[in-house]
Design a protein around this ligand. Structure first.
Ligand code: KIV
Length: 270
């Protein structure tokens, strides 16, 4: 039987050139990754949002490199052909291009992922250049960047002020010139996302950046309604997952308590 090939950067660029939208889901485990691959999602981002969604922390800052590697290995097993990107956690790449190279190289070697994602603009351009020149594909991330949560004073739209919009344009150009093949635009005005997308051959992926980006990303647990702690305006729930899970768990509890589970068919005879 012919093997279906892994999705590649060339495949994703081809979609941008043909005006076909790119789909990305941020997720952290084998089962959700398998579901994404089964329906043909193009990219899985193993996001450091796992700190909040999977670990129940109040920011992404404490997430470690070891945790990212652990989750990415599970995701790769569930989605062998999907394009996989790993979020580099806070302080695993900021110190110097050399530290970034060591950590990003390790991530690609140990996980089977195909690219890394770094948050920031001009200030990390030198690092992005080093990584891309040595064969490590980089995805940029600008706008609201969760690793800057304290400097940005919490989640908010970035780029409404002319000064902020100008900075985003410069950051975008710096990342593109340094070789980033894809840039995530988070919580920025849709007109600015349109301008950046149309002005560039780099692929743009929006989250809270409107419909003109080359593709869209949502966190799996937001998409299926399992993460109820916060629901930003840009999240669309395609399922009320938490409600359905609660109903199932409640039914199990009642049926065990009332002796209705397990039945004879669900147990073994002598
Ligand atoms: O960590 C994450 O899941 C992300 C996406 C929401 C873009 O960075």
């Amino acid at each position: 039987m012919a093997q279906i090939a892994k999705k590649t950067i060339r495949y994703l660029q081809g979609k941008k050139e043909k005006g076909e939208k790119i789909t990305m889901v941020s997720t952290y485990d084998y089962i959700s990754a398998k579901l994404c691959e089964e329906v043909g999602i193009d990219c899985i981002l193993v996001g450091d949002s796992l700190g909040m969604v999977f670990q129940g922390l109040d920011s992404t800052l404490p997430v470690t490199l070891e945790e990212m590697i652990y989750h990415t290995k599970a995701v790769r097993r569930g989605a062998p052909r999907t394009f996989i990107i790993v979020d580099m956690p806070f302080m695993s790449y900021q110190e110097s291009p050399e530290v970034a190279l060591r950590n990003c190289g390790r991530v690609l070697k140990e996980t089977g992922a195909q690219a890394v994602k770094l948050e920031g603009g001009e200030e990390i351009a030198q690092t992005v250049e080093k990584l891309t020149s040595l064969g490590i594909p980089v995805v940029g991330h600008i706008g609201f960047t969760p690793q800057f949560i304290h400097s940005l004073s919490g989640p908010r739209v970035v780029g409404k002020l002319q000064s902020e919009a100008q900075k985003l344009r410069k950051d975008f150009k710096a990342l593109e010139s340094a070789g980033a093949f894809m840039i995530v635009l988070e919580s920025i005005p849709r007109e600015l996302a349109k301008e950046l997308t149309e002005s560039s051959s780099a692929i743009t992926i929006g989250i809270g950046a409107g419909k003109f980006c080359d593709g869209q990303v949502l966190v799996f647990h937001d998409l299926v309604g399992l993460y109820e702690e916060i629901k930003p305006r840009f999240v669309r729930r395609y399922l009320e997952g938490a409600k359905l899970f609660r109903e199932a768990l409640h039914k199990f509890k009642i049926e065990v308590e009332e002796g209705l589970f397990p039945s004879e068919e669900e147990s073994y005879g002598a």
